[in-house]
Design a protein around this ligand. Structure first.
Ligand code: DGL
Length: 433
């Protein structure tokens, strides 16, 4: 059923350094009207409001991304040991900080890349997708073997393990949990990543590598400047570079023909060249701090650093690259922030989960077309959504054109399986066969 569009109000947000950027706020009425029709959470994109009464501390923590890239954030959470578990003081104690917690992961693979919706003029639709991810984590409903099941537990915290989703949806999720009166914690990777810069020297310039959407939103420059400003630092020099392809290449998307090394070389060159243009006529500040502003990029940090080293042999670019680069991986800072917020809300789980309480992983897939050949133009021959369909959609339609189903080792595409098994061992051991 078609409903009215997801509308926006523009407001102005002041930034340190007198910059004014439009800030867009979603009209929540359409989503709220949909939820109000089914407060027991039986239908798609709804949740059972009664799940949020009483003590939530034994509920799992929800983590979502547009695909499997957010598993890098989950890996950072699972392996974090920067606090004493008993007295909460800073410092490792040899025990994982989240040792008693259980996790629910959602990768919205069928609708990715999120980074390309802005370019297609579909930011409003992306924002609705992000709220749908949130509601999935809050709810009980999923699909398995052609049936709808309702045995997924709700969550006490939501980690937006996607830079693009944080850029476009963080404020919407915060506002939504407030409106829905849910005592649920919300943590996004961008703010945490900006805080990571506080540990780095003030010398030199900051480079942000992210998706095109994240760069277009301006969220990193805005958040970095305000985070540094609040800490009493001066205005930083920041250059961004959005890559429409690198995340897909890292994930092994069969439609991409370049290697990771080739794509990284191209994106790093563009960043340095952009930085050179932005520095023209000024005292040169070389790129010394690189924010890996897309979930996938920490997986290729070495290739990125090698690309900077190779480019610094070019005399035209060398002055714009610091001899040593410091990399900021927002994942680790997100994990720290999650721990601190759970602790201050007294939502840490004290007892160990029972053996039956496993972590759960989910992935969205395109809802198979009635005509499985996909001749209605909605599906590619491999069953994925066509770009024309994917980027042609409008918000306000609560139809299940994608379904959320359990993610297992076997269901992961070969490249994804290799990536998780080789680079994310803590996640791999928790992922079922
Ligand atoms: N996970 C996304 C991010 O961190 C990148 C992939 C996408 O564009 O969906 O921005």
């Amino acid at each position: 059923m078609m409903q009215t569009c997801f509308c926006f109000r523009a407001a102005l947000l002041a930034l340190p350094g007198v910059l004014l950027v439009p800030r867009i706020e979603a009209d929540p009425a359409v989503f709220d009207a949909h939820l109000a029709k089914d407060p027991e959470g039986q239908s798609a994109f709804t949740f059972d409001v009664s799940d949020y009464e009483g003590d939530l501390s034994s509920l799992p923590i929800g983590v979502f991304d547009s695909g499997i890239g957010g598993l890098t954030v989950l890996e950072a959470i699972l392996t974090l040991d920067t606090f004493h578990n008993e007295n909460l003081k800073p410092g490792p104690d040899g025990r994982p900080d989240f040792e008693n917690e259980r996790f629910i992961y959602l990768g919205d693979q069928a609708n990715m890349p999120y980074g390309n919706y802005a370019k297609a003029g579909k930011t409003d639709f992306l924002r609705e997708l992000i709220l749908k991810d949130t509601v999935f984590l809050l709810g009980n409903r999923y699909h398995q073997d052609g049936e709808i099941r309702f045995d997924k537990p709700p969550v006490k915290a939501i980690v937006i393990a996607c830079n693009t989703a944080t850029a476009y949806g963080f404020e919407d999720i915060l506002a939504a949990v407030k409106r829905w009166k849910l005592p649920v914690i919300v943590v996004g990777v961008v703010e945490a990543g900006a805080r990571g810069l506080l540990k780095a020297s003030e010398e030199g310039a900051i480079g942000v590598l992210a998706t095109v959407g994240t760069c277009e939103s301006g969220v990193y420059p805005k958040t970095i400047q305000s985070t540094l400003g609040l800490a009493g630092r001066g205005v930083a020099t920041i250059t961004q570079q959005g890559s429409p392809d690198l995340a897909a290449v890292i994930e092994g998307d069969p439609t991409r023909t370049v290697t990771v090394k080739e794509q990284v070389a191209l994106d790093v060159r563009r960043l340095v060249e952009n930085h050179r243009s932005s520095q023209s006529g000024r005292e040169i500040k070389p790129l010394s701090k690189i924010v890996l502003g897309c979930t996938h990029f920490p997986l290729v940090e070495k290739e990125i650093d090698d690309a900077f080293t190779a480019l610094s042999k070019d005399p035209g670019l060398a002055p714009f690259i610091a001899p040593e680069r410091h990399y900021i991986d927002p994942a680790e800072w997100t994990a720290r922030q999650l721990f601190q917020e759970l602790a201050s809300a007294k939502l840490r789980r004290r007892d160990s989960p029972a053996d039956t309480e496993r972590d759960l992983f989910f992935l969205s897939v395109a809802n198979p077309a009635p005509d499985s050949t996909g001749s209605d133009g909605r599906l590619n021959p491999d069953g994925s959504l066509t770009d024309a369909y994917k980027y042609g959609r409008d918000p306000g339609q609560f139809i299940e054109d994608t379904l959320v189903a359990p993610m297992t080792r076997t269901i992961l595409p070969e490249a994804g399986r290799k990536l998780v098994s080789e680079k994310l061992p803590a996640v791999w051991t928790r992922l079922g066969e």
